[in-house]
Design a protein around this ligand. Structure first.
Ligand code: DGT
Ligand code: CA
Ligand code: CA
Ligand code: ZN
Length: 578
């Protein structure tokens, strides 16, 4: 949990430095370090006490010292000093999308606005538009941003909630007498955001578990404490509901508290038509009350004549009918993935080298990684000139000669889709690449017809293999652009272009329902991580969650293909266009 705290501090330092007009490189270094800390899955304290913090990507001597300081003292003096030099209200204002450090300065100095509430009132009264350099449009955007803050505060995205859940489960397992633990609720169903976190433990001595839980270091506030139930708030502001049940009812409770509520209602209807009753203790005959099971989740489904249904499908979206008909999908699993396509390195805005990324890919058991750094026009992300791209391709070829035959780096690029669908590299350059991603990184406010045509035209390019983050949304920060996905999917199908499920937890783009629709239309999909450091390869699990919620099987995903099948798939589009 400490790494979340430190990441939050680094992000805040970046904002405050920006507010003060500090060196942009220094600001970026803090942001990158924060990102890397968020995705780091190892033991930070162990690394610190071994004096090895600098092995983390993006962490140099200075940042390592600050992390160390936080771990030892619970604070970073430089941060405290910086904060004291900034007016108080700025912190809250900076949370609003559309309010950057410069705007925050104007708002505090000219209008003495120091809360989001005051900002909302002022914007509604059009007092912002009287500020120098302010347009009505900007005022509108700030109001939209305030809405996002309100929404974003109520639910937490999986990228934060899932690692937190794992830490809490690990804690529960250490309590004597706990025989089984699991997540439940929306997190177990891998929804993209979590309202509260539901946890389940089996023990014959429930009150020992609930009281240990309420005294745990991560517990910031106890909301409700009972013998078998406990609700707490963590320091991250996440509410956690823990239930402790008899080992013999663990399966029934897990089924009940995993939900969704709608799925459970359906299942109970089905049960009652068969003279059965399901509750959190088990499944029972209504007549006579005989208990048919409840230790395992599958007992519940079996009693009503169904196979076990994976949690990701339990949304009352046809899963019970599919189960009845024996037509549940064989959902894609982590082991089915043979590679990742969306990988950044130090050649653009990533923080690890080609070789480090390749090794991380190999150690995950991948067969290939497509290196896709940014293209020339994306200057803020150090997009590569054609000459640099060619140089990188040479380096990749040289590395491949040294790697075992079971693993290949693919020469790729994440190429900006410019206006009117023009690609940011000429075709003769694209033709020399193994793998081409196309992305929209500019013009997010274009009208639906304009941005849709732009993307559809890009897909006509024979070298474009994968359309990345198709809607551009960033949860809590940026709404999707106005693209018409239905038209994009049709074009993807006819041109033979794959569409990405970007696994970056703030993106998850496509989302579950859109990905399911794409699959229904026969579009090939890919789960890729958009990794900017080697730890982020792990974020594939969030994309896998989306893929499973979209009912995807291995055959629907480009990165479940062998290298040979993948090359053939890419070649087919190129040939068709020739
Ligand atoms: P969330 O927390 O908003 O992300 O969504 P969930 O699905 O985790 O909802 P939550 O935490 O309110 O409840 C967890 C599970 O407990 C829910 O998925 C199903 C079960 N549950 C809660 N309330 C009810 C209810 O009134 N009826 C039924 N059948 N199940 C319920
Ligand atoms: Ca919940
Ligand atoms: Ca709950
Ligand atoms: Zn990218």
């Amino acid at each position: 949990m400490k790494r979340h705290d430190i990441a939050a501090i680094f992000n805040e330092m970046a904002d405050l430095l920006e507010f003060r007009g500090d060196n942009p490189f220094r600001i970026r270094a803090y942001r990158r370090a924060a990102q890397n800390l968020e995705s780091f899955s190892g033991d930070l304290e162990a690394l610190a006490s071994a004096g090895r913090l600098q092995e983390l990507s993006g962490i140099g001597e200075d940042l390592a010292r600050k992390i160390d300081e936080y771990l030892r003292t619970g604070a970073i003096v430089a941060f405290e000093q910086l904060k004291r030099r900034i007016p108080k209200g700025v912190f809250e204002l900076l949370e609003v999308p559309g309010v950057g450090p410069k705007t925050a300065k104007l708002l505090t100095e000219r209008l003495h606005i120091t809360t989001i509430q005051q900002l909302e009132t002022a914007a509604k009264a059009h007092r912002l538009s009287r500020l120098p350099g302010f347009q009505a449009k900007k005022e509108e955007n700030i109001l939209k941003g305030i809405q996002i803050v309100h929404r974003g505060r109520s639910r937490m995205h999986l990228g934060i909630a899932l690692p937190l859940a794992q830490e809490l489960l690990a804690f529960l397992k250490t309590i004597p007498g706990v025989s089984r633990v699991s997540t439940a609720g929306s997190l177990r169903r891998m929804r993209e955001t979590i309202g509260d976190l539901d946890l389940l433990a089996a023990s014959k001595h429930p009150s020992r578990v609930t009281s240990a839980f309420a005294k745990a270091p991560f517990c910031a506030r106890v909301l409700a404490a009972g013998q078998t139930k406990s609700s707490i708030l963590t320091s991250e502001g996440l509410q956690v509901d823990l239930r402790v049940v008899e080992p013999d009812s663990f399966g029934a409770a897990l089924q009940y508290f995993t939900g969704s509520k709608e799925h459970n209602v359906r299942l109970r209807e089905l049960a009652s038509r068969q003279g059965l009753k399901i509750n959190e203790y088990g499944v029972f005959r209504i007549r006579g009350g005989r208990r048919l099971g409840g230790r395992e989740e599958a007992d519940i489904y079996r009693a009503v004549g169904l196979p076990w249904i994976p949690p990701e499908l339990r949304e009352d979206v046809g899963e019970i009918d599919a189960a009845k008909a024996g037509r549940l999908p064989s959902l894609v699993e982590a082991e089915d993935l043979r590679g990742d396509f969306h990988i950044h390195t130090t050649w653009s805005d990533g923080s690890d080298s080609l070789e480090a990324m390749a090794k991380a890919g190999m150690s995950r058991g991948y067969r290939y990684l497509a290196i896709c750094d940014h293209s020339q026009s994306l200057k803020v992300a150090h997009g590569m000139s054609v000459a640099r791209l060619r140089q990188q391709m040479k380096n990749i070829q040289a590395l491949n000669e040294r790697f075992p035959a079971s693993f290949r780096l693919l020469m790729g690029a994440e190429v900006d889709i410019l206006n009117e669908g023009k690609m940011d590299y000429p075709n003769e350059v694209l033709a020399d690449l193994d793998f081409v991603i196309g992305s929209v990184h500019t013009g997010f406010t274009q009208a639906e017809a304009v941005i849709t045509r732009r993307i559809v035209r890009a897909m006509d390019n024979p070298y474009l293999t994968l359309l990345a983050h198709p809607t551009g949304r960033l949860m809590g920060q940026r709404e999707p652009y106005a693209v018409n996905l239905e038209k994009v999917f049709q074009a993807a199908k006819t041109t033979g272009t794959a569409v990405e499920i970007n696994a970056y937890p703030r993106r998850l783009d496509l989302c579950d329902t859109a990905a399911r629709r794409a699959q229904e239309l026969g579009v090939m999909l890919a789960v890729s991580t958009d990794s900017h450091s080697l730890d982020q390869l792990d974020q594939v699990r969030f994309g896998l969650g989306v893929a499973r919620r979209a009912w995807l099987e291995p055959r629907h995903l480009l990165n479940c293909l062998s290298l040979e099948q993948l090359s053939a798939w890419i070649a087919r589009k190129r040939r068709r266009a020739a």
